[in-house]
Design a binder for this molecule. Sequence first.
Ligand code: NDP
Length: 338
Amino acid sequence: MPNEINRQVCLASRPSGWVTEENFTLTEEAMPEPGDGQLVVRNIFMSVDPYMRGRMNDTKSYVPPFEVGKVLQAGVVGQVVASKHADFAEGDHVVGMLGWENYSLSDGKQLRKIESGAVPLSYHLGILGMPGMTAYVGLHKIAEAQSDDRVFVSAASGAVGSVVGQLAKLHGCRVAGCAGSDEKVALLTDELGYDAAFNYHSSKSLPKSIANACPEGIDVNFENVGGEIFEAALWNMRDFGRVALCGMIAHYNDEKMQPGPRGMGVIIARRLRIQGFIVFDHPEVCEEYVLKAANWLAEGKLTYRETVAEGIENAPGAFISMLKGENTGKQIVQLAAQ
Ligand code: NDP
């Protein structure tokens, strides 16, 4: 594929408060050529994820910040189009960390080969990828869900939340959740098997809405949101409840740090365990999940939804829409034909 143009999205500036399209620039360069031990991937699908907002800030965290002026990184599924790497051949399909761009040069270290045809390629960025693994690790390893537990999930219709609810149901739990629109709530109860759900935007009292959705209280809170939803969930916890603290998306665009949840005495009074986690610290559990989830998908026991934007130029818009809740299920960007 000589003379192909590689369109790329770079970080133009660090956001202060809400991220905007002005924080990104679209640039072009020639398609890369592999040197010895390298390969070039034609990127087909790319993932936009909430954690990327944190990487746009210049702060120390579990992953380094994105660099201003450089191409942003993302989980990508693609096809090898040129290889001087012993482990990868032209035509192989791969998944891994590459760039917000049409073609990525790689040394293969953050790439894994995947079979094409068994499931749609994009599933490796969602239900069979990092978000699905996060759901499984948080529910089973961190919260140690028991089959008779009452589980509550925030951002329940999103990439992680939609899998948490289904896994909890497969495990025998009672599951309730909240989401940001009536359509998403209908998806939770009608398609994903949630026992109860509510729209948090139309809730007059979050603690009461959660109490209605979880009349016997919560044993496991799978927390994706933080802020007032987290606080209200805590107040509905049962004795010895567990919180898998997965994400705090309500705060990712805050200009200043907000005060934490009120009424923290409840953690002592109800002997709660709250544990934060990062999915990549549990590679063996992730592997176990992917094998199980592939079977559950084949057996029709898992349902999966995606919202797909088209073209690298629309990646920043897709990322911002996802942060605003305009996605249902996993937000991805299709960069090329399969
Ligand atoms: P989603 O697909 O759920 O997309 C984000 C969703 O968050 C939006 O669709 C929106 O849905 C909801 N949301 C946004 N702002 C708010 C708000 N202020 N209050 C309530 N809900 C809000 O994203 P993911 O499933 O990929 O991620 C979910 C969470 O999991 C995030 O916090 C993320 O950072 C975290 N995460 C953590 C990992 C880990 O290893 N710990 C790994 C992967 C993800 P709605 O319309 O319902 O508001």
